[in-house]
Write a protein that binds this ligand. Structure first.
Ligand code: SAM
Length: 253
C-alpha cells in the first residue's frame, strides 16, 4: 500500500513546483524582447507592495538580518567609499542607505513594488539622503537600457524572485564596473521544499508570483565569465552571500 509520508508528499510537491518553474523559465526565454514576466512581475509587485510598510518597521525595530551583515562585511572589504551603487530589488532601501551613510557616493534603487519605493524615498528623505538617491519602479530587465553603469551592484534576495536568473545576472553585470554582490538561497533540500510549499500557498491565494532556488554554481559561473573574481563568501542556514570584484578596475572609484 502506498503511504503518504511527509517526505513523499514534499518530494511530489517539489516535482510539481519544478515543472512549473521550468515552464516559466522557458516562457521567459522565449519572450526575452517583450515584457515577458508580466504576470509574475505583477504578482511580485502586489505581494511586496503589501509587505513594504511591515518590512520597513521590521528593519527599524530589529535592524539588519544576519545575511545582510555578511553583505555589508563583503562590500566593505571590497571597498565602497565614494562609489555609485545600483541596488536591484532594493525593497525599502535601508541597505544602500546604510552604505551611503558609511561613505558610498550615491545610489540608484530599483524595485517592482511601488510601495517599497515609496517607503525607500521617505526613509531617504528622513535620513537626509534624498539628493544622493534615485529611485525607479519597474522590472530591472526592462529598465536596464535607461540606466547608467554603477561601480557596485547589489542584489539582496532578488535573483530568487525572478524566473530568468541568467538574464537578470547578465544584464546587471553589464551595468557593473567594479563590485558585484548578491545573496541567494542555498541549494538545500529543505529550502527547495519550502519554495514548493510557498508556491502552493501562493497558488491557493491566486498569486502568479513564485520564488526560485537557482543553482548557486551556475550563478557564480555567469559572474566569473564576465571577468569578476570571488572576493567574499559567507552563509547562514538559508542564505549564501558572495561578493566579486573586477580586477581590471582595482584602481578605486
Ligand atoms: C525578497 S525581496 C528583498 C528586498 C530587499 N532586497 C531586502 O532584502 O530587504 C525581493 C524584492 O525584489 C524585487 N524584485 C524582484 N524581481 C525584480 C526585478 N526583476 N526588478 C526589480 N525588482 C525586482 C521585489 O519587488 C522585492 O521587493
Amino acid at each position: 500500500m502506498l503511504r503518504f509520508t511527509p517526505a513523499i508528499l514534499l518530494a511530489s510537491l517539489h516535482r510539481g513546483y519544478q515543472s512549473e518553474v521550468n515552464g516559466m523559465r522557458t516562457e521567459a526565454r522565449r519572450h526575452k524582447s517583450m515584457s515577458y514576466c508580466c504576470p509574475h512581475d505583477n504578482g511580485a509587485a502586489r505581494l511586496f507592495s503589501r509587505f513594504a510598510r511591515r518590512q520597513r518597521r521590521r528593519y527599524e525595530k530589529r535592524g539588519f538580518q544576519p545575511s545582510q551583515f555578511h553583505l555589508i562585511e563583503g562590500l566593505t572589504q571590497a571597498g565602497v567609499n565614494g562609489a555609485s551603487l545600483l541596488e536591484i530589488g532594493c525593497g525599502v532601501g535601508y541597505l544602500h542607505q546604510h552604505l551611503l551613510q558609511q561613505g558610498a557616493g550615491q545610489a540608484t534603487g530599483i524595485d517592482l513594488a511601488d510601495q517599497a519605493i515609496a517607503q525607500a524615498r521617505e526613509l531617504a528623505a528622513r535620513r537626509g539622503l534624498a539628493d544622493r538617491t534615485d529611485y525607479r519602479v519597474g522590472d530591472f530587465i526592462e529598465l536596464v537600457d535607461r540606466l547608467k553603469a554603477a561601480d557596485v551592484a547589489i542584489l539582496d534576495k532578488v535573483i530568487c524572485c525572478y524566473p530568468d536568473a541568467q538574464g537578470l545576472v547578465e544584464d546587471s553585470l553589464a551595468r557593473t564596473r567594479r563590485v558585484y554582490a548578491y545573496t541567494i538561497p542555498r541549494d538545500r533540500w529543505f529550502i527547495r521544499g519550502g519554495a514548493a510549499l510557498l508556491a502552493l500557498l501562493l497558488r491557493l491565494f491566486g498569486s502568479p508570483f513564485r520564488s526560485y532556488v537557482h543553482d548557486p554554481g551556475r550563478i557564480e559561473s555567469w559572474v566569473t565569465a564576465h571577468g569578476f573574481v570571488p572576493r567574499y563568501r559567507n552563509q547562514t542556514a538559508f542564505w549564501l552571500t558572495q561578493v566579486f570584484v573586477c580586477p581590471d578596475s582595482l584602481g578605486g572609484f
